[in-house]
Design a protein around this ligand. Sequence first.
Ligand code: 5GP
Length: 200
Amino acid sequence: MKKGLLIIFSGPSGCGKGTVLKEILQDDSFYLSVSATTRPPRPTDIDGVDYRFLSIDDFQQRIDSNAMLEYAEFCGNLYGTPADMVDKMRAEGKNVILEIEVEGALQVMKKCPDAISIFLLPPSLSELERRLRNRGTESEEVIRKRIQRAEEEIKLAYHYRYLIVNQTVDTAVEDFRAIIRAESRTYHLNQEIIGEILSC
Ligand code: 5GP
């Protein structure tokens, strides 16, 4: 079986990553990695589905035992990708998506040079602020921290191979699918086709 792709998907908090992913994940060739975090759950969060919610000690223990593919601190909380499921799902042929912030993404790009990196941009910073406020899940202080962090992250978007501007969900999803379609057709991943064609 062909190993699945590894896809890094980043973008500032509130830019619409979740909405785009909801559409992408309708196709079951994709698997969204479940991150671990020390952030307190939001009312709608389900442990084991949205995140694995861990204590700081538990999280640190996983870092120490090398169980994390990457991890980073974001607005006062730790977030990380458990390595085991990523390897398992890719081996089963799934295209694994890591929805992670920039610092962790840079770690993955270094460790896994074959990873495809996509950065989702809001149409503007003011639109991002409006979306964050509309979400209504964070305090004013957290919103301000996240907007500041958004500016810092957007300045680092040049590290990514692909940029998508989230003008509408439909165009962003279409762009995402086009990228994956092209990436899954590279020579590197499809060399066996040539032999098959020449043998018939
Ligand atoms: P939120 O608290 O809004 O769920 O996530 C905050 C930020 O953490 C988002 O930018 C999200 O992409 C990022 N994030 C979620 N999971 C991970 C992870 O496993 N590793 C890293 N580095 N960032 C993550």
